[in-house]
Write a new protein. Structure first.
Length: 713
């Protein structure tokens, strides 16, 4: 009797394709095919999606049934809407059936995409569209039971790169986007309403159009009208952030001050308004921001459909936060917000906005930071990359951050290897080795890596000229042997690598690894031959890629190459070349190396390379007299005018000596140009009695100035 019972159980399990130990065999070619039990029509859209994706994966159609079949018919799939569930979605298998539930149509669709992305499509598939796979079988894990909270470390996940702008990418990698989920983002209240004087902040007793009065009834009414229209037109765009304009102004009207505003804290009025909006629109979620004037949390608990977006702008960059000196300060900041709201979003950064060609290899260290955020109760991540144009490794970064926001414990190094094998097959190994290596250097090396900065910070952190050159050579080989669909990505990586090689040469000037050599004795300048060949190759590849700009402010490759051409056509003579000048004034903390002024590294129209910036004090320099300097007839100085970065011409240039206070003087008129490089030549007559030259460059009030080289010739 016992033998027959055991045999019966074996046969039942065989036909139902189930085993708690091995999991549910959902599909096997030519022998096991599931069916979907349709109980209600309200899930029809999700059922159609499941059938479409299943056919892409297996090539087989799934039958629909209105009643349960016997076990031999194959595994049963339940796809149901459960609108009363507190879970957004749930997926489970009891070894015989597969159950997929969502508490809304959108969340049921999310569950189905998560199911196929996680259990059907392989990790090594980086296509943004679901490809036809012709799978032999689909075997689900034993005791499968997951839901949105178990599936995703963060409820909101957005890698803000061009790749994530497509719905296909969002569905394939389980991400969200500003365009699809947000009715209002950033400092953009003016895009939702038409501001009037009644909405302006009261500053020094008068309305100021540069900031809002968040206790203004007119502003509240306009926002409610704009939000209603937005939700009526696009109910899925349920997130709204109410941020003051990007400045330090805080309304000082009686109503705002009664709510608790101070001269530096706008949180009381902003959160009071957000709470009103949350009550009026319970189907939406309203955020304040931890940024400048709203960085202080409110004293009272916020409504359940409100939250905060914490900007990491003032966090140290390019470091593991949990290992930094600011760890406790940052943790305390999150703790205070956590005490008043359960919805904590982080706005973080993933590129160098001054130079999109910079690899900015922070995947491994940001993985540690995402773990840190998770431990602090963060529920959403907005990882900002490049909005437009191209940034080095952007496709890989978009995918990697999508995976890390889903699971911060994911194997990033394996993902990198899989990605480069996917686009370059066997030629991908040296590419993945390089990218893993620079990410490891960024993780372990102590220097910071700012999101705005020049090539020098990269060379201090991770970048090596010789290693980068080998990577470029490996890219060239990979591109020659790659499939046509991956040519463009490899070519763009070539372009970004060449750009970085040129930047290293430009920043090193006439020193080692620079663009040329200069002999001050013979006054001979020799340009390195490989610089010209690199520039020619760069021009060719740029033309093929069609890329136009290389940073956030859209500086163009065309202007960059023109400045290189001007540099190589110019002559360089300087009796001060290579000398360390004696500076007698206070230097800025980040610009404290005066060798920049005599290294032959000429500044372009970017403030972050080859310019020495002075914002604290006038520049005062003493130069001991030599026979060569006594023979000079001209002082040449160049300055960068950059209104965006508050860099203007100095007020005056004065040259004196230990025996004469005024050998030469030139007054400068402040230029209104937004971006320009201006060069001045000042005639000098040096006497036999002059033993020390004294140079004073007087800065204009409230602005700094930038100087690249001090040239005597």
């Amino acid at each position: 009797m016992g033998r027959w019972l055991a045999l019966t159980v074996f046969i039942i399990c065989l036909f139902s394709a189930c085993s708690n130990a091995s999991g549910l065999l959902l599909f096997k070619k030519d022998s096991v095919l599931p069916y979907i039990l349709v109980e209600k029509e309200d899930a029809s859209k999700s059922i159609d999606l499941f059938r479409t994706l299943f056919k892409k994966a297996t090539g087989k159609e799934i039958e629909l049934a209105t009643t349960m079949k016997n076990a031999s018919a194959g595994p049963l799939i339940h796809i149901n809407l459960e609108r009363d569930s507190e879970k957004l979605f749930a997926i489970k298998s009891d070894g015989q059936h597969l159950h997929i539930m969502g508490n809304s149509n959108d969340n049921l669709i999310l569950a189905i995409h998560y199911f196929f992305n996680t259990y059907v499509y392989p990790d090594q598939d980086f296509n943004t569209d679901y490809q036809s796979l012709a799978l032999e079988q689909i075997l689900l894990p034993a005791n499968l039971h997951t839901d949105n909270e178990r599936a995703f470390a963060f409820a909101y996940r957005e890698p803000y790169f061009p790749a994530n702008s497509t719905l296909a990418f969002q569905q394939r990698f389980n991400t969200q986007s500003l365009e699809n989920q947000w009715g209002l983002w950033g400092h953009n209240i003016h895009k939702l309403i038409r501001p009037t004087e009644a909405m302006y902040a009261i500053i020094d007793g008068a309305p100021n159009e540069e900031q809002y009065n968040f206790s203004s009834p007119a502003l509240e009414a306009a926002l409610k009208s704009g939000i209603k229209e937005s939700l009526d037109n696009a109910p899925e765009k349920k997130y709204f952030v109410i941020m003051p304009n990007d400045n330090e102004l805080v309304c000082q009207c009686d109503a705002c001050k009664k709510l608790g505003n101070t001269e530096t804290n706008a949180t009381p009025a902003v959160v009071h308004l957000i709470s009103k909006l949350a009550a009026s629109f319970p189907q939406a979620v309203f955020f304040t921001s931890d940024y400048v004037t709203t960085s202080t949390p409110p004293e009272k608990v916020m409504p359940s459909n409100t939250g905060v977006i914490i900007s990491t702008m003032d966090f140290p960059k390019g470091v593991v936060l949990a290992d930094s000196k600011q760890k406790n300060k940052i943790a305390e900041r999150f703790k205070k917000w956590k005490s008043v709201t359960n919805q904590l979003f982080v706005w973080d950064y993933a590129v160098n906005f001054d130079n999109y060609m910079d690899a900015y290899p922070t995947l491994l260290l940001q993985q540690e930071n995402l773990k840190f955020y998770r431990s602090l109760g963060v529920t959403g991540i907005f990882m900002q990359g490049n909005e437009t144009g191209y940034a080095a490794f952007e496709q890989l970064k978009a995918i990697a951050y999508a995976k890390l926001m889903e699971n911060p414990d994911a194997d990033v190094q394996q993902l990198i290897r899989d990605y480069f094998h996917y686009i370059a097959e066997e030629q991908g190994k040296p590419l993945s080795d390089y990218f893993i290596d620079i990410n490891m250097k960024a993780l372990t090396n102590k220097p910071t890596l700012d999101i705005y900065g020049g090539i020098q910070q990269s060379t201090k952190k991770y970048l090596n000229d010789d290693v980068l050159h080998k990577f470029y050579d490996a890219l060239s080989v990979a591109r020659k042997n790659s499939k046509p669909e991956f040519q463009s990505e490899l070519m763009k990586l070539q372009l970004s690598s060449l750009f970085q090689l040129l930047e290293i040469a430009r920043a090193n000037g006439l020193q080692q690894h620079g663009w040329g050599n200069y002999d001050p004795k013979t006054k001979q300048l020799q340009i390195h031959a490989d610089i010209k060949s690199r520039l020619d190759e760069f021009k060719s590849i740029r033309s093929m890629t069609g890329l136009q700009t290389y940073n956030e402010v859209n500086n163009s490759f065309q202007d960059y190459l023109r400045q290189w051409d001007d540099l190589l056509k110019s002559s360089y003579q300087n009796q001060l070349f290579g000398q360390l000048l004696a500076v007698k004034s206070k230097l800025d903390e980040d610009y404290n190396d005066p060798s920049v002024l005599t290294d032959g590294a000429i500044g372009f129209l970017d403030y972050y390379n080859n310019w020495m910036i002075f914002t604290q004090d006038d520049l005062k320099i003493e130069i001991p007299m030599t026979d060569q300097i006594r023979q000079t007839k001209n002082l040449q100085l160049s300055f960068l005018v950059d209104k965006k970065h508050k860099l203007a011409l100095p007020k005056a240039i004065q040259v004196g000596s230990d025996t004469r206070s005024n050998i030469a003087r030139q007054e400068l008129q402040t230029s209104a140009e937004k971006l320009k490089k201006l060069t001045y030549n000042i005639p000098l007559t040096i006497n036999e009695t002059d033993n020390t030259l004294k140079l004073i460059i007087t800065k204009d009030k409230n602005v700094g100035f930038a100087c690249d080289e001090i040239i005597l010739k």
